[in-house]
Ligand binder design. Structure first.
Ligand code: GDP
Length: 272
C-alpha cells in the first residue's frame, strides 16, 4: 500500500486514510514507510465557526491552486461522522467541479477507532496526502473548539475565517484563535459589516503582543469568487517569510515533538 500511496494511487490513498480513521494496527508500518517521503507538501489549516464559509472558501482555494498549476488535497475533519449529512454534503456539491480533476483529492475524515482522537489522527492523514505527492494540503476543521484549533495549527499556515455579523470578534478572542492565525480571512465581504469586522480584528491584533509576523487580514467573497488571489498571495507571503527566516523547519520540528508527546501521553493513558 505504501508504494501505491507514493505513486499517488487514489484508491490506495483513500484506503490509507481509512486505516488512520480506524487506528489500524497496520498504521505504524505504513507511517514508517511513508515518512521519509514527506515534507514536500505545503499544508494550510482552515478554521472558523460553522457557517462562516470555510467550505465555500476551500472550493475557491482549490480553483486558484489549480490555476497556479499546483496539485491539491483537501482533508475535511469531521469530528462526528463522514456521513453526517448537511454541511458535508454541501461541501461535496460545491467541490463537485473539482472531483473529476486528477490533480485534486478530496476526503472527509472522522476518527472511528483512532484512540488519539483527531489531534493524533490528523497529522497521520496529512502525511499520507503529503507522501502521495500533492503540492498543497488544505485541512478544514469544523468549529472552533480546542481540538479544532490543535488540528488547524498542525499545518504550515493557519487561516482563521470569520464573517461579518456572526459576533466572531468575541469568539475569536474567547477561543484563543487570535494567537493561532497566520492569516485572517474576512469572508462574505459582499455583505454589510465586512469593514467593521476588519476594524474589530485590527484593534484586537493591536492589543496583542508584537510578533515577528503580522497576520494580514484578507477580505474575500467566496460565493462571488473575489479576493481569492489576494488570499493565495497572503499564504505565499507567509510561506516565504517562514522559509527565509528558517521558521518553517522549526515549526515542523515542534509539531513532531508535540505529536510524539501526544502519542506517549495516549499510551500512558491506555495503560492507566
Ligand atoms: P462553513 O460551515 O464554514 O463551511 O460554511 P459554508 O461554506 O457551508 O457556507 C455557509 C453559508 O454561507 C452558505 O449558505 C454559503 O452559500 C454562504 N456563503 C459562503 N461564502 C459566502 C460569501 O462570500 N458571501 C455570501 N453572501 N455568502 C456566503
Amino acid at each position: 500500500m505504501a508504494s501505491k500511496v507514493l505513486a499517488g494511487d487514489r484508491r490506495a490513498v483513500a484506503r490509507a486514510i481509512s486505516l488512520v480513521e480506524d487506528g489500524s494496527p497496520d498504521l505504524p508500518a505504513l507511517s514508517e514507510a511513508l515518512y521519509p517521503r514527506t515534507g514536500r507538501s505545503y499544508t494550510v489549516g482552515v478554521t472558523g465557526s460553522p457557517g462562516v464559509g470555510k467550505s465555500s472558501l476551500l472550493a475557491e482555494l482549490v480553483r486558484v491552486a489549480r490555476a497556479h498549476d499546483r496539485t491539491v488535497a483537501v482533508l475535511a475533519i469531521d469530528p462526528t461522522s463522514p456521513f453526517s449529512g448537511g454541511a458535508l454534503l454541501g461541501d461535496r456539491l460545491r467541490m463537485q467541479s473539482h472531483a473529476t480533476d486528477p490533480g485534486v483529492f478530496i476526503r472527509s475524515m472522522a476518527t472511528r477507532g483512532h484512540l488519539g482522537g483527531m489531534a493524533l489522527a490528523a497529522p497521520e492523514a496529512i502525511r499520507v496526502l503529503d507522501a502521495s505527492g500533492k503540492d498543497v494540503v488544505l485541512v478544514e476543521t469544523v468549529g472552533v473548539g480546542q481540538a479544532e484549533v490543535e488540528v488547524a495549527t498542525a499545518t504550515d499556515t493557519t487561516l482563521v475565517v470569520v464573517a461579518p455579523g456572526w459576533g466572531d470578534s468575541v469568539q475569536v478572542s474567547k477561543a484563543g484563535i487570535l494567537e493561532i492565525a497566520d492569516v485572517f480571512v474576512v469572508n462574505k465581504a459582499d455583505k454589510e459589516g465586512a469593514p467593521a469586522a476588519v476594524r474589530d480584528l485590527r484593534s484586537m491584533l493591536r492589543m496583542g503582543r508584537q510578533q515577528p509576523w503580522d497576520p494580514p487580514i484578507v477580505q474575500i467573497s467566496a460565493v462571488a469568487a473575489q479576493g481569492i488571489e489576494d488570499l493565495w498571495t497572503a499564504i505565499d507571503s507567509h510561506r516565504r517569510f517562514q522559509e527565509e527566516s528558517g521558521r518553517l523547519g522549526g515549526r515542523r520540528r515542534r509539531r513532531i515533538v508535540d505529536e510524539l508527546k501526544g502519542m506517549v501521553a495516549e499510551r500512558l493513558r491506555q495503560r492507566a
